[in-house]
Design a protein around this ligand. Structure first.
Ligand SMILES: O=C(O)CCC(=O)C(=O)O
Ligand SMILES: [Fe+2]
Length: 309
């Protein structure tokens, strides 16, 4: 199907088509604020020369993984201009004519560059609903997704994309490794336990850009239904528009970002390696009727050859 971007621009939707209706649970979500707020981790303290500061941030990291499974990382050292270049180039990608985008679309999930629109929760996207016939609705989003490690792939258009994503993937790999060292220690393990066990030198890294146009009936459709992420740690940036909700103590909590900070969540393999201490938390992307939301996601996982012992 044509991209949502094109559909939404071409048609003045006032209500959503039937096959896009998603009956999500009616529980209201609560907003983070002074009372409920996702933990903030100051990444620079992980390399502090002051042992007390280091010990404190490792403790905080462990607590964040255990109590929330989601946290914000500040002072991560990834340049602001790299992040804005990344948003710009992804926006440019979604802006390209349909035929240019579709040349990267391939129905084989193993293919390294995938472009999709309105993907259903059915067979073609098992992560989001598997084969459940009740979940056969299209999702209100376009997305682009490709593996950037151990082998690097990237669409050839826009032409600046490859260099920008390559640089971002290098930087986030380094960030993942250092956070995982802190997380290893927070579990009482050797600093390099996780990176060795998961063979991070040949770890899997997936880059995804999600594009959610405004939706006239945001409560009746969904960007991404509830799911957990595969891998160890997922990084997420958003374009200043909220929509990420997570399950915390039985409630849906809408996360508010901090400009420049990166959302990090513990994913399935980290839950396994921590013997269930750090949960891979269920989350979803909800819509709004005013602004396009873009999220840029990097999934960091073990080497494809790693067999969890
Ligand atoms: O767009 C979002 O906020 C959520 C994205 C997400 O959960 C994913 O791509 O796995
Ligand atoms: Fe996710």
């Amino acid at each position: 199907m044509a991209s949502f971007r094109t559909l939404v621009q071409a048609r003045d939707f006032t209500s959503i088509p039937f096959d896009l209706a998603h009956f999500r649970d009616t529980q209201e979500s609560i907003q983070t604020g002074p009372d409920v707020s996702v933990p903030v981790i100051d990444f620079s303290l992980l390399s502090s020369t002051n042992p007390d500061e280091r010990a404190k941030v490792i403790l905080d990291l462990g607590k964040a993984c255990e109590e929330w499974g989601f946290f914000l990382v500040v002072n991560h050292g990834i340049p602001e201009n790299l992040i804005s270049a990344l948003f710009n180039v992804c926006n440019e990608f979604f802006d390209m004519p349909e035929e240019d985008k579709l040349q990267f679309d391939n129905k084989n999930p193993l293919y390294s560059v995938t472009v999709r629109s309105g993907t259903t929760g059915g067979n073609d996207n098992e992560q989001f609903g598997g084969n459940d016939p009740n979940q056969q609705v299209k999702l209100w989003r376009d997305y682009l997704r490709f593996f950037v490690h151990p082998e690097y792939h990237c669409p050839t258009k826009p032409k600046e994309m490859s260099d920008i994503v390559l640089e971002y993937s290098r930087r986030t790999r380094d960030l993942a490794r250092k956070l995982l060292r802190g997380i290893s220690q927070s579990l009482g393990l050797e600093e390099d336990y996780i990176e060795k066990a998961m063979e991070l030198d040949s770890g899997t890294q997936l880059f995804a850009a999600n594009y959610y146009p405004p939706c006239p009936q945001p409560d009746l459709a969904i960007g991404i239904p509830p799911h957990t992420d595969p891998g160890l740690l997922t990084f997420l940036l958003q374009n200043g528009v909220e929509g990420l909700e997570i399950q915390n103590k039985g409630k849906w909590v809408r996360l508010t970002g901090i400009p420049g900070a990166i959302f990090v969540n513990t994913a399935d393999q980290l839950e396994i390696i921590s013997n269930g201490k750090y949960k891979s938390v269920c989350h979803r992307a909800v819509l709004n009727n005013k602004k396009t939301r873009i999220s840029l996601v990097v999934g960091n996982g073990p080497s494809p050859d790693t067999i969890a012992a």
